[in-house]
Unconditional design. Structure first.
Lengths: 112, 414
């Protein structure tokens, strides 16, 4: 099955409400994510994670400032799906990923 | 990878536990740092556990993350404060003296201490309640507002008042003295009583939401009853009344969420385990020669629980308990309830007689409760004109559709 890279992208107009969920809302997030994960367990190749600090390594030393990838991409994961459409459906169903202030970029990986 | 379900209300419980434990170590003036740290730790838990599975001990995991967060933030602030010369000590030193291992043993002490701290006499009771529901029960401000039927802005205001006051407390890592605890105990009981009745008497349409408040109050009251500083007959009576009322909650609503009157309830749906528990706490509360308002209320609830049917209720005993209750805690509500009991015992005219000469305060005279009881007593005495007038007032003042329906059912044939 083809693999797809999913990048969580911060969008303008962030959802402040969602930044401070109450414990009850977190309980619901945990339950929804667990359910989503079980539903698509065969498709979730690498659940990835949030991105931390990074360094750009090139042939020569680059003077900053460089735009950090982190500012554009919050996290990544890799999923397997029969088609781009199916990959989009799986990513769309991931709780908390697609909401005001956050979207997901689904990119096909061309394996050799 | 394990993805065990974390049963409700895991996150709320952890919130209350961690805030209580960490604020004891870091001091109440750092409550906001502690609350932020706990919030971050819970969020980190959600992010990490949903991907990597649950750790062996999720509670210990959360404690460690929140603890490190507090230390880091206090260090950062300590430096900043020293730079500006405003601050002498370093609170992170104090918190680090306590080893991370001390997790389970004194958690209930921490929760109890936090409860006593929330009940500072300089904080208005309605602020104490909001404070307890957020910091100890882990409800969000919006959830608190929804449960207490107040606006979110009002809930923030009340919480702000409590926090503002607590921030000014001197940094005392030691406990309050036994004298201070004893002096505050009535306020602590009172806040738990209010929390319980907010759930029990609420006309909120959502049953589970109301039960949640009752369960939180019951849980905290049990912590109170099991601790040497607060295990007194009044506390036992409070726990008893919560069980005896709670036992009857399942029968108070019909299948469609409508409210059922006591005489309409199916008594087989009462929770008999809860009744037994309530009765045993009531028996414990009789030791010590103290008779409080909680004893009177638990006594009334016990009479209802023990009656095989509405008709077989020992109304004379209930009347007696209401008389004691009125003496201990005078309120027109207690007088009104006594009138209802007297009407069942000796007839509606005697019931009305109890209310003779009572000038209800305006908040009560305009309430559905007052109007509904008068409508019913006048109806049964044959004073139909008066009964109709009170009925219309009662229905107009009913706080929600469930109450309105129950009133219409009871008072329609006038």
């Amino acid at each position: 099955m083809p693999k797809y890279l999913c990048l969580q992208r911060a969008l303008p107009g962030g959802d402040r409400e969602g930044d401070h969920p109450s414990p009850t809302q977190m309980q619901a997030m945990y339950a929804k994510f667990t359910e989503w994960r079980q539903k698509f367990q065969d498709n979730l190749t690498d659940l990835g994670g949030r991105l931390g600090r990074g360094t750009l390594v090139t042939e020569r030393v680059l003077d900053g400032p460089l735009v950090e990838v982190k500012e554009l991409v919050g996290g990544y994961m890799i999923i397997s799906a029969a088609s781009l459409d199916e990959a989009i459906e799986i990513a769309r169903g991931c709780p908390g990923l697609v909401r005001p202030g956050s979207g997901v970029e689904v990119i096909e990986i061309h394996a050799p | 990878v394990t993805t065990l379900p974390l049963n409700e209300p895991f996150f709320r419980r952890e919130y209350g536990r961690l805030v209580a434990t960490l604020s004891r170590r870091a001091g109440m003036q750092n409550l906001e740092v502690v609350e932020d740290a706990v919030q971050s730790a819970l969020l980190a838990g959600v992010a990490s556990w949903t991907r990597g599975g649950l750790p062996d001990n999720p509670s210990a995991w959360l404690f460690r993350v929140a603890y490190n967060h507090v230390i880091g933030e206090l260090r950062r602030r300590g430096r900043a404060d020293r730079l500006t010369g405003r601050y002498g000590g370093d609170a992170s030193d104090a918190i680090e003296e306590a080893p991370t291992a001390a997790l389970a043993g004194d958690v209930r002490d921490d929760i109890l201490r936090m409860l006593f701290v929330c009940c500072d006499e300089s904080i208005p009771v309605e602020s104490q309640l909001v404070m307890a529901l957020t910091t100890l029960c882990g409800f969000g401000v919006r959830e608190v507002a929804e449960r207490l039927f107040i606006s979110e802005a009002n809930a923030y205001k009340r919480l702000g008042r409590a926090r503002g006051r607590l921030r000014t407390l001197p940094f005392e890592p030691d406990d309050m003295s036994p004298q201070q605890l004893a002096a505050r105990l009535p306020a602590v009981r009172s806040i738990l009583y209010v929390m319980f009745t907010e759930g029990y008497l609420s006309s909120h349409v959502d049953g589970p939401i109301r039960r949640e408040l009752c369960e939180e109050a019951q849980r905290l009251a049990r912590v109170l009853a099991e601790h040497p500083v607060s295990a007194t007959p009044e506390t036992f009576a409070l726990v008893a009344l919560m069980h005896l009322h709670g036992a009857r909650m399942p029968a108070r609503q019909d299948g469609a969420g409508g409210l059922l009157l006591l005489e309409e309830q199916d008594r087989s749906r009462w929770d008999h385990g809860e009744i037994q528990l309530g009765l045993s706490w009531l028996a414990r509360s009789a030791d010590g020669g103290v008779f409080s308002r909680y004893h009177a209320e638990a006594g009334i609830a016990a009479e209802h629980c023990l009656a095989a049917s509405f008709a077989e209720t020992r109304w004379d005993r209930i009347v007696e308990c209401y008389e004691l209750l009125e003496r201990l805690s005078p309120s027109p509500i207690h007088r009104l309830n006594r009138a209802i009991a007297v009407a069942e015992w000796q007839g509606p005219a005697r019931g009305l007689g109890v209310l003779d000469g009572l000038e209800p305060p305006s908040w009560f005279a305009g309430s559905y409760l007052w109007a509904a009881v008068l409508a019913d007593l006048h109806r049964r005495c044959g004073h139909l004109e008066l009964a109709r007038r009170y009925r219309d007032t009662a229905i107009a003042a009913a706080p929600g559709p469930a109450v309105k329906d129950a009133l219409q059912r009871r008072l329609r044939d006038i």
